[in-house]
Design a protein. Sequence first.
Length: 363
Amino acid sequence: MDILVMISQVLLYVCFSILAGSFLLQLIPSTYRPDVKIPTNYLLISAIMVPIFAFVPVLDTTLFIAPRLGFGEAIKTVLLSYTVGNAWNFTVIGSVLLVLVIALMRSNEKRTSAFIALGLTFGLMLSVAWSSHAGVMEPLMGITGHFIHLAAISVWVGVVLVVGWFATNHHHWLTFLSWFSKVAIGCLVATALSGILLMDILVDGYANSWMVSYGQGLLIKHLFLIPLVFYAFLNGIVVKNLLSKDASFNPIPWIRLEGIILFVIFTMTAFFTQQSPPHGNSLTNDDVSPLFRLFHGGIIDSSSTIGFTINIEIVYFFLLSILFLGLIIWSIYKKASIIITFLLSCLLVVNIYIMLMISVVVR
């Protein structure tokens, strides 16, 4: 069931991204973006699927208490008494309203409808944040942090996905980059600040959390931010330079690559936001992540802490990271396949991950 919950959350966040990106782009004048054509059916399907995907955590909770109460009584109790159930009720209402707005959209009123639809989409994100682990543990700060985190990355991912996969050309690309680069930076800052807030709520010590699977997922997610920021920089600087020299250069594959990295981060976010991370005072040797065990054996318990050391092996891995960054730049200038560039990005993340793991000392 945990895998089903994770998959549903990934797909839920993809729906949010498609909705937020589409409606935001409809608010932008056509002279400030490439021509984008996303079928209305895609928007309707995304809006309809939101409450369906959001229901999986409700079902998970229901099945957990059903052996004691029976399924019928359990589902009634969850929907009326549990936070996850109450939040889902609001999600259904918001999704119905959003479907109506999308279905009634007319070309001469599209911007007004898009503004309303975007507001409803953010409302749906708020209901998801309400039912999150952070929202349950610290209602005000947890809901706020989770909402900002989800909204910021949904806007960033959404624009990248919609432009990357539904743009019919790359007209006005430089004017598009002029405003989207600022939006991406704002989303990155908002994601980072809200992420720090959520970590403060959910994790007792960032480095110490690496000993458990939750912390490993958090670390891997953060490592994928490195190539993401790198690609955002390349799309804003290098691609702009290539376009100024060669008007026929097609930048869409590279924004698709940025979208793929963002999707990986979304997947990691969906995974660990649905987990209940063990805190330091409850850590046992059985809780230790198998990934962490690959690098560090011995007995690890609640008294264990993480320190760091530097040796020649770490220097080698650091130099190898610089080499991978250089190869990524080279692959873009040579217009290599985005698959090659993505694989280089994954190797970069694996390299930095190993470097960090071998630098760890368990005390």
